[in-house]
Design a protein around this ligand. Structure first.
Ligand code: URA
Length: 488
């Protein structure tokens, strides 16, 4: 006799968790359980009595986070796969860190799919106004067709963003309604007949104007905005025309560009600064947006994107190259061997890392597998360029007084210059966006320097540069508060 577990489509996360816990405590092995949702037909030999009452089990935190995302995947096998892994974890508690395990790898991929789908939902839902001008609150509706069951886990994002209006997102499966700030979910709501929206013309015009033909990469654009979403996005109607016209417009732009004066670098930097478009979501949504990044292929093999961490009003921002093996697994910057060197140097000069905002130029770990090891690979110019979007977003939100660029990748991302760090370290340069950038060695350079004398010298340079940054930001903050005192 198999035990048949029905996980309802609404609140599937808690329902699956309770059922799995009951089964585990009762010692029911995965092969004796069939899982389905409330659309799955029952089998002839299924026993669907409720699972026994809950009790205590030990589960790694990383599994809980994985399960909380994978339950929203559309694969009918998702519940069974999760339970099979949970079962194995009781005897093999290290399993979550085994990157070669096929079951873990499959679930990690499913987790990524769900996260990506949530990201697409946040980006591509288009609301149309449905209320009357006389209503107390404005109301909006959107029709959306997500690949996975992402309405429930993504609803709070919209709730926070659109707190001052009523809205609904209708999908073929689960729909969500937000009325007076309260969320309500409904199954199988009929397809709405939505009105045309007067704001659409404005949105299309805006989209056509922000489109930069010189930066067009059709494949990248389609992977960011897959075609299946186009039909519900008003601006998508303009895409084929914009793509067709792009080469001629880019040529015209190039012909119209001014001849570069001898002060090449300054002009190029000024031009680039003007072209920057910055992610402008709410500050608290930035880490999640970074975690959902699929802007370049590095997201495919990395465990997760690692956003920066630290106070959002930090005077000092510190930028490294990219997460290493440990950072990739833990989701935090500078917590591996290079992080230890950095902590040592910081401690030596009285810099408390919690007072600074620490991040990387590239947010995903780039590596080459070698047996069970993952060997660090330097990010290339295109990867740095794609990730600049996030670094710019962090710069725009933190507005630091000074940025420390540790190593060549950070220096390139921040200043646009790739000349040697040896000659530039210890100096403050002007970054592409005008921010002051202090160049120094990367802590890994200190680690990799084989000769003890040279290693000590590199460490001393790193410490001296950090000390300079501490002094500079302390003065800048003091000057700011003096100005405040005078003007009050
Ligand atoms: N190296 C980096 O550049 N950044 C990290 O977060 C860790 C190692």
């Amino acid at each position: 006799m198999t035990q048949a577990i029905t996980v309802p489509r609404l609140h599937a996360d808690t329902a699956w968790r309770d059922a799995a816990r009951g089964l585990l405590i009762a010692g029911v092995p995965p092969e004796q359980v069939t899982w389905g949702d409330d659309t799955t037909p029952k089998g002839l030999f299924d026993d669907d009595r409720p699972v026994p009452p809950s009790g205590q089990i030990t589960v790694p935190r990383s599994f809980i986070s994985l399960a909380n995302t994978v339950v929203w995947h559309s694969d009918p096998e998702r519940f069974a796969r999760l339970y099979a892994l949970l079962w194995r974890l009781q005897k093999e508690p290290w399993l979550m860190t085994d990157r070669g395990d096929a079951a873990v790898a499959k679930l990690r991929t499913m987790e990524k799919n769900v996260r990506r789908c949530q990201h697409k939902m946040k980006a591509f839902v288009r609301f149309r106004e449905i209320g009357k001008p006389t209503d107390n609150r404005r109301s909006f509706a959107a029709w959306f067709e997500p690949t996975h069951h992402t309405v429930e886990p993504t609803a709070t994002f919209f709730q926070k963003r659109f707190g001052d209006m009523d809205w609904r997102i209708i999908t073929p499966d689960v729909s969500v309604f937000c009325e007076a700030g309260d969320l309500r979910f409904e199954l199988d709501h009929p397809t709405p007949d939505l009105p045309d929206d007067a704001a659409e013309d404005l949105w299309i015009t805006y989209f056509e104007n922000i489109f930069n033909p010189a930066r067009l990469k059709v494949q990248a654009m389609q992977s960011e905005m897959p075609k299946k979403y186009w039909k519900n996005m008003p601006e998508a109607a303009s895409i084929p025309k914009l793509i067709a016209e792009a080469p001629a417009r880019a040529r015209a732009m190039a012909e119209a560009a001014p001849t570069l004066a001898p002060a090449f670098a300054a002009n190029a930097q000024a031009q680039q600064a003007q072209n920057i478009s910055v992610w402008d979501g709410p500050a608290d949504a930035l880490p999640a947006a970074i975690k959902g990044c699929t802007r370049c292929p590095l997201h495919v093999s990395a465990t997760q994107a690692v956003p920066g961490e630290g106070p959002t009003d930090a005077a000092l921002m510190i930028v490294g190259e990219q997460p290493g093996d440990q950072e990739d697994l833990k989701g935090r910057p500078f917590v591996g061997p290079a992080g230890q060197v950095f902590d040592q140097a910081a401690q030596h000069v009285g810099l408390d890392r919690r007072s600074a905002y620490i991040t990387n130029a590239v947010k995903h770990f780039k590596f080459k597998p070698k047996g069970r090891r993952r060997i660090h690979q330097r990010p290339n110019v295109s990867e740095i360029d794609h990730c600049k979007w996030w670094l710019d977003a962090e710069l725009a939100q933190i507005k630091p007084k000074l940025v420390i660029a540790m190593g060549a990748t950070a220096a390139l991302a921040l200043t646009g210059r790739s000349d040697g760090i040896g000659q530039r370290r210890g100096r403050i340069e002007r970054g592409i966006d005008g921010t002051l950038v202090l160049i120094t060695y990367h802590p890994s350079f200190v680690l990799r320097t084989p000769d003890q004398g040279a290693q000590d010298a590199a460490m001393a340079h790193l410490q001296a540069d950090l000390a300079m940054a501490v002094a500079y930001t302390r003065d800048a903050v003091a000057a700011r508060s003096n100005v405040g005192e005078v003007s009050q």
